[in-house]
Design a binder for this molecule. Structure first.
Ligand code: SAM
Length: 342
């Protein structure tokens, strides 16, 4: 499909067979991570993607350019793995910020090393960050991430807010028997620091394939725990394709919100506007896809921007109506979240 925009040349859209249009691009910059969150990666033994297979900075920048200037993408989120481990991150951000129309640029990170990089990323053109923070306890942090780096995450958060990378969002996954009681405390912490708290239901994307619906902490449980302490009011803001359902927190300053990303119990696939590029140049039209489309081979084989755009459109068209987690035939993708890009 082609969308005509006034005063601009016609842009092809990333439209699927169910009429959804992808405008939000998630770019995984690496599958490597300096944490080993139990619900995401194994303790050890996950092979990294081979170096030559990873897109170079120039290749990533070119594909983002195709997405923005030819395919109508308006938001670019850098993720991984841990995107701060990518040496060329600031340069990639800078090149994306120079595109016209300028996309909004955000980063999903575990916060380690952010304290030393936030200013430079802001200067490069990054607009905002989401930082994963599952617990306020350094001991629980070790249990969840298998690394003792909690203080670095809190420092990264504070520096990001000071650098103006806001609204800073804190993302938390609650794990039964580890941090399931922390929803109110995490929200209190976020409100006290001016961050926006998001809770994410655990999804079947762990490297060990041990996710179970029975053990997962549900949105309903999270909301019940929050409502015991806070009054949550419906958020009048348009949700659009946003994964989080949000509430205003009564009694706190304007803009104090909490969100729940209930991918499993309240799926929002009907409004999905996302497309994903892995660090090795594969397009996924859904987190849970069983199929990928190779843009790297086309890119390295001399494909033109027009050909790349056409292949990206073709990869988008067959997107399924939903992720199908509830279908008895559901198959977890072979790549874990760390290699897809969360
Ligand atoms: N390393 C960065 C970070 O920690 O935010 C970016 C990548 S990480 C895969 C992105 C987000 O996915 C994090 O908030 C993480 O908690 C979440 N995540 C990872 N595995 C998940 C799972 N199985 N279910 C739900 N969320 C998951």
């Amino acid at each position: 499909m082609t969308v005509a925009r006034p005063g601009r040349r016609a842009t092809a859209a990333l439209i699927d067979q169910h009429g959804r249009v992808a405008t939000d691009l998630r770019v995984s910059l690496t599958d490597r991570c300096n944490l080993r969150c139990t619900y995401c990666m194994p303790a050890e033994g996950l092979a990294w993607l081979p170096g030559p297979g990873l897109l170079t900075d120039d290749e990533v920048a070119r594909l983002i350019g195709v997405a923005v200037t030819r395919l109508g993408v308006t938001e670019v989120r850098f993720t991984g793995g841990e995107p701060l481990l990518r040496p060329g991150l600031a340069g990639i951000v800078e090149r994306a910020a120079a595109l016209r129309p300028r996309p909004s640029l955000s980063l999903t990170t575990n916060g380690i090393g952010l304290a030393g990089k936030a200013e430079a990323l802001r200067a490069a053109g990054l607009d905002r960050v989401n930082v994963s923070l599952d617990t306020l306890s350094p001991e629980r942090f070790v249990a969840l991430t298998r690394r003792d780096r909690h203080a670095e995450v809190l420092a990264g958060l504070a520096t990001a807010a000071e650098a103006g990378l806001g609204p800073v969002k804190t993302n938390s996954v609650l794990v039964r028997g580890v941090n399931e009681d922390e929803a109110p405390a995490l929200l209190r912490y976020a409100l006290a620091h001016g961050y926006q708290q998001r809770f994410i239901e655990q999804m079947p994307l762990d490297a060990g394939h041990i996710w179970s619906r029975e053990r997962m902490v549900t949105a309903a449980e999270i909301l019940a725990a929050l409502q015991a302490e806070f009054t949550l009011l419906p958020d009048p803001a348009e949700r659009g394709g946003a994964p989080a359902e949000t509430w205003l927190v009564d009694g706190y300053p304007d803009g104090a919100k909490v969100g729940v990303i209930a991918s499993v119990t309240r799926p929002f696939c009907g409004d999905c506007d996302r497309t994903r590029l892995t660090a090795d140049g594969q397009i996924r039209n859904c987190l849970f896809s069983q199929e990928e489309t190779d843009l790297r081979a086309l890119l390295r084989g001399g494909g033109s921007d027009e050909e790349i755009a056409a292949r990206w459109q073709a990869a988008t068209w067959p997107k399924l109506p939903g992720h199908g987690i509830d279908d008895p035939k559901f198959l977890q993708p072979s790549r874990p979240m760390s290699a897809i890009g969360g």
